[in-house]
Design a protein around this ligand. Sequence first.
Ligand SMILES: [Zn+2]
Length: 330
Amino acid sequence: MTDEQLLDLRLCDLPLRIAGTPMEKRLARLYDELDARGLRFKPHAWLSEEWFTPDNVSGFAIPFYLAHPRLIKLERRQMLEVEGGAEAECLRIMRHETGHAIDNAFRLHSRRRYREVFGPFMRPYPDWYKPEPNSRDYVLYLPGWYAQAHPAEDFAETFAVWMAPGSRWRRRYEGWRAMRKLEYVDEVMWELSGKVPNNKSRARVERLRDIKITLREHYEKKRRHYDFQWPPDYDRDLLRIFSSDDRHKSSPTAGSFLRRHRREFCSEVAEGTGVHSYAIDQMFAAMINRCRDLNLRLGLKEKQARQKVLVLLTVQTMNGIHTGYHRIAL
Ligand SMILES: [Zn+2]
């Protein structure tokens, strides 16, 4: 099937399941890790549109594309990155979701100490958050300083750091205010070791077979979610890298230089900042257009220009984060 044909299919018609895919093995590894921590709790998992743990459910949804290599390819073409595609990253996300699931299973958020340590679980989710990159009040686990998004995320992230094999959190977070959160999680998990949850809800929310939209509609929605208002004015920055001077009229155009490195720049900045590659690519496309409007050409050696573009993209991305970036999907 071509991508175009594939995009016309509805999610509910995709013949997918977790059994027999690499996701089955990854789940088994997650369960082993929980065993190693003395926890009998095992979250259930099902396929849906995205990664998420529904309220009050002691399991989590896995994005459908991870259940088939052809769909992983489509995801990469549509979104420029595959969240959870690589095994190590996938396990990180699953540990985070397990944090939400165990929180629900034992209703940990109803405890007074939980609220004192992490804040109110019932606080409405924000549409976006402004992370404080230097803060030592929060652990660092998923990208984008995600623990800062909401108390429930803070708990899930702290749990994930606690449970990750070889995380050495006592050493890593020595002197951080986040340590009291880790110690609280450690204390609660000791208490829960060997225990079976009171909330055994195996509910599966938004199962793939109930999702009637097409893949095309799904990706339109997903891209809208990651659309990002970039600061409009970076001409001055562009002119430090590129030139409209006649001296450089035989140099490659800025646009062709940027296009050539587009993939590499986007993934490098996405990795460093935790912002979705698609959002960065949006800025990149705007930048290419702006360079064409200003008739810019390469005015430096390629290597220097490459470094300067990376710095520019990173700075603009961080500015974007501070004006409010939403990556609230989990
Ligand atoms: Zn989460």
